[in-house]
Structure formats: structure tokens, C-alpha cells
Design a protein around this ligand. Structure first.
Ligand SMILES: Nc1ncnc2c1ncn2[C@@H]1O[C@H](COP(=O)(O)OP(=O)(O)OP(=O)(O)O)[C@@H](O)[C@H]1O
Ligand SMILES: [Mg+2]
Length: 321
């Protein structure tokens, strides 16, 4: 019989543990110290895709750059793949792939050279095949041999993703990888990330300003605002917390006044022909509304319902106090 002790323990360990992380930037030009992160704690299970969301300046890149070893933390602890960042910075670099927000690459080399060099640095076998395979997956195969500086902005960003992946990292960290990437290629990029996650079990941490993207890609969402963690939950749990749905009624003719039978639902008139009603999402409420409309025999041109989405939650958690 196989005992739990005989199983590789790291299978059960979280991919990333962040405890009470704090960062205060001290400027050397006499500016006031800037608190960018305070007391942020997060645990990312293996195989998870975590979306880190927050407005500009929230501290997302600071957190990612600490994981990448590009920024030194002021306080707290970071453990990646069971290794403490303070004790194992070099091993951690092998374990994770980071796509920073700022594009940084040598513009005079070709994508193939850049990837082959990166592969060599990490001792990857079959370098050329590995480099070409990634370029292909990211739609860059036909650009393999031109200098990187002649790539477009979106292509450069995809090359950054390729570079982060070359050494088969177990944790992939992407800081706004789709900024400036067009819709079609954005989908290609996400397909690739999803495949890495599903087929190879790679754990993913990503930031994006496209909330729809986060809603579709991530099983867990963390929202930070002004350096503090405001929400950290499974995406579906977070979404289920939205307690209102919206019904949009478009009438065939302009309405002079709100029909009296609808006033109890406190509708808002958003155009001469349109009423918007917010209601608690339960079957009883919608039945009442529909019955009232049917009873009144109004000429309705269209009915639309809208589920609250991540955007509503995001706004609620980042509203100024
Ligand atoms: N090197 C630095 N020195 C001083 N302050 C910094 C430095 N880097 C970042 N900051 C400040 O720390 C705060 C967090 O910045 P950070 O780049 O982490 O935000 P972000 O969430 O990634 O924002 P964005 O969505 O714009 O990328 C900001 O107020 C920023 O001005
Ligand atoms: Mg950033």
C-alpha cells in the first residue's frame, strides 16, 4: 500500500505562498517614501490560474517584480515551489518564467537567437527545436530570423512570453501580456497559456486590465488597490456575490411616463423608449416583472437581461472611500 509519505510531497504544496508582503520605495532624490504594498498575503495552489487585478499604481507590478527578483521587498515572505525567495533566489529563477510589463530585449538579435540564448542559459536540451516550437505556438515562426527591433509592439510582447517559457517553468507570471496585442493574437496567446496550464499543469499568475479576459481565464481573482489586498476569491464565488441583475426594456413607442404597474420596481428611463430595472436575481422577482409587463399589453420591441460581471465587483472593491 502506498502511504501519503511515499508520495512526492511537493505535489500537494501550493505553487506560491506570499505572506505579509510589504514594499516601500525609498527615492534617492529626496521624494517621500512610497508605500506600494502593505501586508499582502496570497496562496496560489498548483495548477491554478490567478488573475491579479487593480487600477494603475495599485502595486501589481511591484508584487510581480519582487517574485522575479527585480525589486527587493521591505517585509514579508515569498515562497515559490516550496523555496524561500530569501534563501533560493537562483533556484527560483529556474522554477518560474516572468513576462515583465516593460519590454526588455536586445533589439539587434533575432527572436530565434534570443530564445536559443535563453535556452542555453538554462541548459535546455534541443534548443533549436524548443525555440522554434514556441515561436510557432505564439505565431512568430515567420519572424524567427529578423532582428527583434523590427518586430511590432504586439510581436515583441509575444516574444517576451516566448522568452519566459523556454526553460519549461512550473510557474508562469505574466504582467499585462496582452497590452497592445490585437484581439486575434490575444486569443492565440491565451490559448497557449491555457494549454500550458491544462496539459502541463503550469501555475499561472497574470495581470490584465481587460476584466472580461480575467473572468474567462482565471479560476481565482485577487484585487489590490493602493497596495492592499481587497478581494481574493474563486472567480465564481466572487461573481455570485453580485446581488443584482438588470432588465432592459425597449418599447416600440416613446413612453410619456413610466407605466404605473412598473413603478414598484423603480425603473430608470434611459431614453424615450427604454426602461432599465435592477432586481434581485431570483425566479420570483423576474416572474413578477414579466407578469406586470404582459398584463399591461405594452408594445415591447426588445427585452434584454444583463448579468453583473467582474467589472461591477472591481468597481465596488476599488471605489474611493
Ligand atoms: N521604482 C520605484 N520608485 C518609486 N515608486 C515606485 C517605483 N515603482 C513603482 N512605484 C510606485 O509604486 C506604486 C505601485 O506601482 P506598480 O507599478 O506596482 O503599480 P501597478 O499596479 O503595476 O500599475 P499599472 O496598472 O499602471 O501597471 C505606484 O504608486 C508607483 O508610482
Ligand atoms: Mg504594472
Amino acid at each position: 500500500m502506498m502511504t501519503a509519505a511515499a508520495l512526492p510531497q511537493d505535489l500537494f504544496d501550493p505553487a506560491v505562498v506570499i505572506e505579509h508582503l510589504g514594499k516601500t520605495y525609498i527615492s534617492d532624490k529626496g521624494a517621500a517614501p512610497k508605500v506600494a504594498l502593505q501586508d499582502v498575503s496570497l496562496t496560489i495552489p498548483q495548477g491554478s490560474i490567478l488573475g491579479l487585478l487593480g487600477p494603475n499604481g495599485a502595486g501589481k507590478s511591484t508584487l510581480i517584480n519582487i517574485m522575479a527578483g527585480l525589486v527587493t521587498k521591505t517585509s514579508g515572505r515569498v515562497v515559490i515551489g516550496g523555496m524561500d525567495l530569501d534563501d533560493h533566489p537562483v533556484e527560483i529563477r529556474r522554477h518560474i518564467g516572468i513576462v515583465p510589463q516593460e519590454i526588455n530585449m536586445d533589439p539587434f538579435f533575432t527572436p530565434l537567437e534570443i530564445l536559443e540564448f535563453q535556452a542555453g542559459f538554462f541548459g535546455v536540451r534541443h534548443r533549436r527545436a524548443r525555440a522554434m516550437g514556441i515561436l510557432e505556438a505564439l505565431g512568430l515562426a515567420d519572424k524567427a530570423n529578423i532582428t527583434a527591433r523590427s518586430l511590432s509592439g504586439g510581436m515583441k510582447r509575444r516574444l517576451m512570453v516566448a522568452k519566459a517559457m523556454v526553460h519549461h517553468p512550473r510557474v508562469l507570471v505574466l504582467d499585462e501580456p496582452t497590452a497592445g496585442v490585437d484581439i486575434e493574437l490575444r486569443q492565440l496567446l491565451w490559448q497557449y497559456v491555457r494549454r500550458l496550464n491544462q496539459e502541463e499543469g503550469v501555475t499561472v499568475l497574470l495581470t490584465t486590465h481587460y476584466l472580461e479576459e480575467a473572468q474567462q481565464m482565471c479560476d481565482t481573482i485577487a484585487i489590490i488597490h493602493k497596495g492592499a489586498l481587497r478581494a481574493f476569491e474563486k472567480t465564481d464565488v466572487l461573481l455570485s456575490k453580485i446581488d443584482s441583475k438588470r432588465l432592459i426594456l425597449t418599447f416600440a413607442h416613446p413612453l410619456e411616463t413610466v407605466p404605473s404597474f412598473l413603478t414598484i420596481f423603480q425603473p430608470k428611463k434611459t431614453s424615450p423608449n427604454t426602461l432599465v430595472l435592477d432586481y434581485q436575481p431570483n425566479p420570483e422577482a423576474i416572474q413578477k416583472i414579466l407578469a406586470a409587463i404582459a398584463g399591461a399589453k405594452l408594445d415591447i420591441a426588445d427585452i434584454e437581461t444583463k448579468q453583473g460581471d467582474l467589472e461591477d465587483i472591481f468597481l465596488a472593491f476599488t471605489r474611493e472611500h
